[in-house]
Design a protein around this ligand. Structure first.
Ligand SMILES: Nc1ncnc2c1ncn2[C@@H]1O[C@H](COP(=O)(O)OP(=O)(O)OP(=O)(O)O)[C@@H](O)[C@H]1O
Ligand SMILES: [Mg+2]
Length: 511
């Protein structure tokens, strides 16, 4: 092992899944003590490549060297013995165990000395700036806390090379900032960090270098100081792309959904929505901004009939008849039948209302069979729909018959969001639809929302990126601690205006 040898050297790595060439002849170097971003469109092979370094998959051909020595990584244990630790998108923690128990789990000689383990955990946390409660059970933790436990777990086992697959997709901006701080501390301590993220501003802010993949091939590595968003996008896509969101004037807007003074309690009995009132109109995009967990989820679920409402009214005005329905009297199936659709991309993308073992066509049918149609009768319509979604959203898949579990994370999500958007709704609620999507696909989704708006749909869009909310939405409603702290005009409001309203309740301001 030479002093100057790179942390990881890949030479001619290839990996096929059946006919799909997920990774073709990829060679590049990861330096010691650097933060390297791996960037590429959905389905470009990022996760597959990292899974080969962490022992989940074995390459069909090519060599991997770690710290100058050629190695054969055949299992996660092999990777771990080489001090390589990967934090996957789906955490592998045991819910009923505490943080400390999860961290020491599987390390035989420390099984019974939890006290010593806790001391070591504390010193690891202090060293890099993590905060964890060693005795807290996993099922009581937020996503960000669980992620911290995963990271401490690999560090505890002595990892010097850390791989993180889209760690920020599910974090709030504040949590992301905290994560980046500890990642920088690790780098400064000589550790090597490889991170996958679709958010270009994060790539530019955090990494030292960026390696780009396109359709399974390696395009190149660029010093972050030499990069900007358009250079990176061009490397990823292979051509110059113009990304803009058009915003038309709403045509004949009509009140479609009127929410009046609703109150909801959360699972723990705390009040999670207080006196929420607003109106969603046809032909308009109403944005919802707020710190995540401020009641966005409960609000949309209340409208869809999935969350109990303590008091207040949710009125739906039928565009055909002009008739009025109180959605609180209806079941989720009846609400769907009225044309009210909810597409919520949750933090755990596995639980998104798709069945992994089923192909794309059958997943299209999952939504319609409750209307009483037999699943076995009509396959033509869902097949066409599946094909249309694949074409429009550029889903990377061999065909419509491929099980959803074989698609990359972002492509699974395109199928889900596509299904809800294309179901001819009258009210379309889309929450975090671009989580985990590459930049190009994100803009395709924004344009689809715009098309729905032109079709006269009342669109409600919950987003995280304030720049996008300002560009896309006609009105932006800001929610803070379960209250509406303001409704702004998208054409005239600024990020600062929205930011202030987002924290209004916390600062004790009255509505
Ligand atoms: N287990 C598998 N079986 C069959 N095909 C697979 C499997 N895993 C990945 N693929 C295919 O390999 C290609 C690369 O997928 P991968 O998950 O590596 O993409 P990615 O760059 O991580 O995308 P994303 O940004 O969406 O997460 C895709 O075409 C995917 O469908
Ligand atoms: Mg991936």
């Amino acid at each position: 092992m030479s002093e100057k040898a790179p942390a990881i050297q890949l030479r001619g790595i290839s990996k096929h899944f059946g006919k799909v060439a997920a990774i073709s002849d990829v060679s590049f170097t990861v330096n010691r003590g650097e933060i390297l971003s791996v960037l590429g469109e959905n389905g470009s092979g990022k996760t597959t490549l990292m899974n080969m370094i962490s022992g989940i998959y074995f390459p069909d051909s090519g060599q991997i060297s770690v710290e100058g020595k050629e190695v054969s990584i055949r299992s996660p244990k092999d990777a771990f013995d080489l001090n390589i630790g990967m934090i996957h998108q789906h955490f592998k923690l045991i819910d009923v165990f505490s943080a400390a128990e999860n961290i020491v789990l599987g390390i035989a000689d420390e099984q019974y000395d939890l006290k010593a383990a806790k001391d070591k955990i504390r010193s690891t946390c202090d060293k890099y700036g993590f905060v964890i409660e060693a005795d807290k059970k996993v099922y009581q933790m937020s996503v960000s806390e669980k992620q911290t436990v995963e990271i401490v777990k690999v560090l505890y086992r002595g990892a010097s090379i850390l791989i993180l697959d889209e760690p920020t997709a599910v974090l709030t901006p504040q949590e992301t900032r905290q994560l980046f701080k500890v990642l920088r501390n690790m780098r400064d301590d000589g550790k090597t960090v490889i991170i996958i993220t679709h958010k270009l501003h994060e790539v530019l802010e955090l990494s030292d270098r960026v390696a780009v993949l396109r359709k399974g091939e390696y395009i190149g590595t660029i010093e972050t100081s030499q990069a900007n968003e358009s250079i990176l996008t061009e490397m990823m896509v292979g051509k110059k792309v113009v990304l803009n969101i058009e915003r038309s004037e709403p045509e004949n807007p009509e009140d479609r959904l009127i929410v009046e003074n609703i109150n909801c309690l959360g699972r723990d009995g705390r009040r999670i929505l207080s006196e929420v009132s607003f109106c969603a109109r046809s032909g308009e995009i109403l944005g919802i901004a707020g710190i995540s967990g401020s009641g966005q989820r409960e609000l949309l679920e209340a409208i869809a009939g999935l969350q109990k409402v303590e008091s207040g009214k949710i009125v739906y005005i039928n565009p055909q008849t002009g008739g009025i329905d109180n959605l609180r009297d209806k079941t989720p199936v009846q609400i769907r039948a009225l044309g009210v659709r909810l597409s919520f991309v949750p933090e755990d993308r596995l639980g998104m209302g798709l069945v992994g073992s089923m192909d794309i066509i059958d997943n299209m049918m999952l939504r319609s069979y409750k209307k009483g149609k037999s699943v076995f009768l009509q396959k033509k319509e869902p097949r066409n729909l599946a094909q249309r979604i694949i074409n429009e959203l550029e889903v990377v898949t061999p065909d419509v018959k491929t099980p959803v579990s074989r698609l990359s994370g972002g492509n699974v999500q395109k199928v889900l969001v596509g299904r809800e958007i294309s179901s001819s709704p009258t009210v379309l609620m889309a929450a975090y639809p671009v989580r985990g999507l590459d930049i190009n696909s994100s803009y395709i989704i924004y344009n689809l929302l715009n098309r729905q708006k032109k079709n006269g749909v009342a669109v409600i869009f919950v987003g995280e990126d304030l720049d996008v909310l300002i560009e896309l939405c006609d009105r932006i409603m800001v929610i803070s601690s379960g209250r509406i702290s303001g409704i702004l005009d998208g054409r005239t409001s600024s990020k600062e205006d929205i930011g202030l309203l987002m924290t209004k309740e916390q600062r004790g301001g009255a509505v």
